[in-house]
Design a protein. Structure first.
Ligand code: MG
Length: 124
């Protein structure tokens, strides 16, 4: 089976980079450019992984993650935060976000984290 990922980031370049990376690994890729769009999308798709940027206009990644997990606690969210945002990271983990990755990230490291996460969740 093919895994599905939702990439949420306000920067088009980041979305495109991650989209290419995961498509190359045969993932089905969905994208959203802010928290509001992510929340709307999650009503129509059930991705195995959500890769969520923290800093975005309209609705940031923390608020979007909290809202998504309130309705879909089974979803696996990995959040991308800026270096040193310990307060945000704590709130995100408290809300049920599975892991936080510091931006700027090493793309191969990010890929490895996502692969490990998807294996650990043992999706059927
Ligand atoms: Mg951003």
């Amino acid at each position: 089976m093919r895994y599905e990922i939702l990439i949420v980031d306000d920067q088009k370049g980041v979305r495109r980079l991650l989209e290419e990376l995961f498509k190359r690994d045969n993932w089905i890729v969905h994208t959203a450019s802010d928290g509001l769009e992510a929340i709307a999308k999650i009503e129509t798709i059930s991705p195995h992984i959500i890769l969520m940027d923290m800093k975005m206009p309209n609705m940031n990644g923390l608020e979007a993650s909290q809202k998504i997990l309130a309705n879909h606690p089974e979803l696996t969210i990995i959040m991308m935060t800026a270096y040193g945002e310990m307060d945000v990271i704590k709130k995100a983990l408290d809300a049920g976000v599975k892991k936080c990755i510091t931006k700027p990230f090493d793309i191969m490291n990010l890929r490895q984290v996502v692969e490990q996460m998807v294996k650990a969740e043992k999706f059927q």
